[in-house]
Design a protein around this ligand. Structure first.
Ligand code: C2G
Length: 130
């Protein structure tokens, strides 16, 4: 049973997110998502359109996702990996190198982002087509 974990806000859920979660699940047998809380988003300098509970309803409906935990800090990754006996930490390569400190605990994989799509782009395009 190979356990995989990833973290993110997953606001305005789109095919780039799904593509990441599918590839993450394909790396193992069980995928945990650390879903950023609204409070942690503030720390990340992000304001999500959907709040935590709304984003959780969307993410838990995804076939590739087996379990969701709240992400409330940068530091929790280390204890999460130990607590859930994680084999692989995976995230998009916009974070390339940022989580190499986890390499002592588990495999760290940065996956290529899906080009062209982002929550910011969706917001900007919608604003322009007003
Ligand atoms: N992603 C992707 N392709 C895109 C957009 C996003 O592969 N076009 C990936 C990101 O790289 C990330 C995941 O989808 O792995 C979730 O994206 P965000 O919600 O933007 O995550 P972020 O705010 O970067 O949070 O502690 C880690 C942070 O919580 C990551």
């Amino acid at each position: 049973m190979k356990r995989v974990i990833t973290y993110g806000t997953f606001d305005l859920l789109h095919y780039g997110h799904i593509n990441l979660l599918k590839r993450a699940k394909d790396l193992g047998d069980f995928l945990i998502v650390g879903l950023s809380t609204d409070e942690f988003n503030l720390i990340k300098g992000k304001k999500s359109y959907f709040d935590y509970n709304q984003r959780k309803i969307l993410v838990e409906a995804i076939r590739y996702v087996d379990f969701i935990i709240p992400e409330y800090s940068w530091e929790q990754k280390i204890s999460d990996i130990k607590k859930y006996k994680i084999d692989i930490f995976v995230i998009g390569d916009d974070w390339e190198g940022k989580f190499d400190f986890l390499k002592d605990l588990c495999q760290v994989i940065y996956l290529p982002r899906t080009p062209e799509i982002s929550t910011t782009k969706i917001k900007l395009d919608l604003f322009r087509t007003k």
